[in-house]
Design a protein around this ligand. Sequence first.
Ligand code: URA
Length: 430
Amino acid sequence: MSEQFDAVDVIRTKRDKQRLSEGQIDWVIDAYTRGVVAEEQMSALAMAIFLNGMDRQEIARWTAAMIASGERMDFSSLSRPTADKHSTGGVGDKITLPLAPLVAACGVAVPQLSGRGLGHTGGTLDKLEAIPGWQAALSNEAMLRQLEDIGAVICAAGSGLAPADKKLYALRDVTGTVEAIPLIASSIMSKKIAEGTGALVLDVKVGSGAFMKDVDSARELATTMVGLGTDAGVNTVALLTNMEVPLGLTAGNGLEVRESVEVLEGGGPPDVVELTVELAREMLKGAGRTEIDPADALADGRAMDAWRAMISAQGGDPDAPLPTAKETHEVLAPADGVLTKLDAYQVGVAAWRLGAGRARKEDAVQAAAGVEMHAKPGASVRAGEKLLTLHTDTPERFGRALEALDGAYTIAPEGSRPDLLPLIIDRIAE
Ligand code: URA
């Protein structure tokens, strides 16, 4: 096939701070997916975009081209509306686990195509795989059936969805071009739009444990994604939420499943409960079901029933004991006082080094590894009390995990107060 454009011209255009034309964008994404544009050429273009940005129209076209590189799912045959949630990733972020069955219990179907963790943030599939028997892979037909019967599916995204993004994301990961707002926004939204959900709630994390370290850049990312979703006909809103501190009291796969089940039982840490219910409200609102309060479905056990059905449908045993780590190590409070800081990024790195996460895509994870927190900022602690428990099957990892935790927490004199952003910082809608 003769090629309509030249990769070097496209790279030069963006290098020289010009707008890419629709034709250039369509061609470069398609040619890259076909292997005609070489990896080194796409990495130069990604760096030019990282440095010089793209405007709203370029980002929209880039996103559309990535969607067009693969299949689009269609849930229009379902008898209920659909809503999905996407988090930009954080430490202890297990919200999808209680949220999907909660929203399903309120009559809205949740097609959650999830990923695995890379680096210090966990992946939803890794968490659910801690449940004996649970399977991440589902055919499109099985997914549709489960959505109709139970209302919630959490499964692996098939390789057919936005293949251009799969290739480009792997390239960005090794070329220092992940943290570009146009590239993050188009990457996330191409998959979510191709997935075919009717409503979408974005949980854009802000803080040390997130991609976006400050509120301004998180707001820019959220606004960009909300614009892309809205233009594509998906009812999209975003919440900016705190990721300076880990969510809940656990970071690690099986530990996070345990905490999610506690939430479904009507207990669990207040921040996990609050964010789960708030995101559920937004999803229901986006799907046009404002008459239902998800807090009721959590309290009366309907969400738990949906969880059990969802786990069983994918081969999991909701009653099986979760794996426990072979070894634990306790970190004790060094002084009396108030815990004023517990750094999300450092806790995430510690959990990862204990075996909860992977350094390369092909690495295995430990189901029971992770960090359990016994206090959160604002709590009073006494010298010698347990602050953290580290869990792993491979105790030689404790040393590196403890190094990661160096300076991760502060105990200030009695009467001090932590200076933290609120859990829900802002809501962005068009
Ligand atoms: N998650 C994605 O899917 N893509 C990005 O670029 C960043 C986070």
